[in-house]
Design a binder for this molecule. Structure first.
Ligand SMILES: *[C@@H]1O[C@H](CO)[C@@H](O)[C@H](O)[C@H]1NC(C)=O
Ligand SMILES: *[C@@H]1O[C@H](CO)[C@@H](O)[C@H](O)[C@H]1NC(C)=O
Ligand SMILES: *[C@@H]1O[C@H](CO)[C@@H](O)[C@H](O)[C@H]1NC(C)=O
Ligand SMILES: *[C@@H]1O[C@H](CO)[C@@H](O)[C@H](O)[C@H]1NC(C)=O
Ligand SMILES: *[C@@H]1O[C@H](CO)[C@@H](O)[C@H](O)[C@H]1NC(C)=O
Ligand SMILES: *[C@@H]1O[C@H](CO)[C@@H](O)[C@H](O)[C@H]1NC(C)=O
Ligand SMILES: *[C@@H]1O[C@H](CO)[C@@H](O)[C@H](O)[C@H]1NC(C)=O
Ligand SMILES: *[C@@H]1O[C@H](CO)[C@@H](O)[C@H](O)[C@H]1NC(C)=O
Length: 362
């Protein structure tokens, strides 16, 4: 009985493997759904393009296959809501890549009128769309979201945006920009590209406007202008193996890290991090909050007398939990206001400027 069961499982597995091999060249009319046939795989099954689970639904993106924790390296439509399990992703017969939800169509990749003839999920992690001449008309490597893979680069003027949280790949509150002046800089979102808002920088400005950020397949992260390697951020020299995938990602906490993923052991580790201080990113805590490291974990707290505006959302900041008295009640105010010292607190000079619009008053 057990042997029969094994045979059934094995043959089912075999059939699935064959089906996936046939999907290498993704042809017009192909479709995916979140629950069955949810992905198009790369030839050696390192990467998959398709639906993946988020907090309240599904997103479309590219995943590293087989990791126990969902590891997306690219996500479509990060400012659109997630889709339900009855959604269908379709490479239409007229050459568009769309998601259908109910009667609605969501464009996955906007090609401004160009027509897709076929698509491929490559073993590098690059998802590519071709026209009828088999020329590339769009590739995920040119449109990074929060991750850089070996062979991909971030060009001058491009930026990566962090995710909202570990379980939600919509836009978060931090960005990493490869500036035109050659400097690689981190800022909170919705701030100008100026020094007071920067919380990380390679200090490589004025090295030219052709600088790119690159990752090698041995974990070496570096800045390069079209002729020369300018600055190594990591040391590299990690094993080059087909079963190990390195990637750089700006995480939801605003820190960017280089990861090593082992496809055989199905585990991951951080091999380099832009800072070891979780309180370093500007804007983590929001108005009236402050950051503190407790057991090496960054944590936001509210000033005494203040409570979180949205418990669980640090960046929304804190608000007074009492009603402010006016000057007319002179004699009684002193018993409501007490000056207190907050120990070991670092203040971000520009927090009030950055978040001026979000002050909440009752
Ligand atoms: C998955 O897709 C393949 C090819 O498009 C199709 O033949 C198969 O029936 C689909 N399976 C399911 C469960 O939808
Ligand atoms: C696609 O991009 C073009 C130009 O970049 C823009 O005009 C158009 O509105 C976009 N379409 C969609 C559906 O986003
Ligand atoms: C993939 O599709 C293209 C059409 O865009 C075709 O020219 C090519 O031969 C196909 N490759 C394979 C391996 O089927
Ligand atoms: C690249 O950097 C080197 C050293 O700073 C410089 O000599 C060279 O002109 C730069 N190349 C370009 C294309 O900017
Ligand atoms: C960066 O590292 C590579 C590989 O270890 C080395 O060849 C190169 O000289 C280094 N470049 C700089 C600018 O340190
Ligand atoms: C995976 O786990 C093994 C055994 O614990 C460890 O030796 C290896 O370094 C880990 N690999 C990664 C990429 O984390
Ligand atoms: C305000 O918060 C403080 C702690 O931060 C708490 O001790 C106090 O009871 C709260 N007051 C009100 C009115 O909720
Ligand atoms: C957290 O608060 C910020 C600032 O008010 C807001 O922009 C963001 O949407 C909130 N995030 C969530 C998940 O509610």
């Amino acid at each position: 009985m057990a042997a029969l069961l094994w045979l059934l499982i094995l043959s089912a597995f075999h059939a699935v493997t064959l089906a996936q091999q046939r999907q290498f060249n993704i042809t017009l009319g192909s479709s995916l759904t979140p629950t069955a046939n949810s992905s198009w795989f790369s030839p050696s099954r390192r990467f998959a393009f398709g639906f993946y689970e988020q907090t309240n639904g599904y997103a479309v993106g590219i995943l590293i296959v087989g990791m126990p924790k969902k590891t997306a390296v690219w996500t479509a439509n990060r400012n659109s809501p997630v889709v339900p399990s009855n959604a269908v992703l379709l490479l239409t017969n007229d050459g568009r890549l769309i998601v259908q939800v109910g009667g609605q169509e969501i464009t996955v990749v906007n090609l401004s009128g160009q027509v897709i003839a076929s698509a491929s999920m490559l073993d590098t992690g690059n998802f590519v769309l071709y026209n009828s001449d088999h020329s590339i008309i769009w590739q995920s490597f040119d449109n990074p979201t929060n991750t850089l893979l070996p062979g991909q680069h971030i060009s001058a003027g491009q930026e990566l945006f962090s995710s909202a949280s570990v379980a939600d790949d919509s836009y978060g509150i931090f960005r990493l920009k490869m500036q035109d002046d050659g400097n690689l800089v981190q800022y909170p979102v919705n701030t100008p590209d100026t020094a007071p808002y920067a919380y990380y920088s390679t200090r490589t400005s004025r090295v030219g406007n052709t600088v790119t950020l690159n990752l090698d397949d041995d974990g070496l992260l570096y800045l390069h202008n079209s002729t020369k390697r300018l600055r190594n951020l990591t040391r590299g020299g990690y094993p080059r193996e087909r079963t190990i995938i390195y990637m750089m990602k700006i995480d939801a906490d605003g820190i960017f890290r280089v990861y090593s993923h082992s496809l055989n052991q199905q585990n991951s580790s951080v091999i380099w991090s832009s800072t070891n201080d979780g309180c370093n990113p500007i804007g983590l805590c929001g108005l009236n909050g402050f950051c503190t490291n407790i057991d090496d974990q960054a944590k936001c707290l509210c000033l005494p007398g203040f409570d979180f505006v949205m418990p669980g959302n640090w960046s929304a900041g804190c608000e007074r939990n009492f009603t402010a008295e006016t000057c007319r009640l002179k004699e009684s105010t002193s018993k409501y206001y007490a000056m207190r010292t907050v120990e070991n607190t670092g203040w971000e000079d520009s927090t009030y400027v950055v978040l001026a619009g979000t002050t909440k008053e009752d």
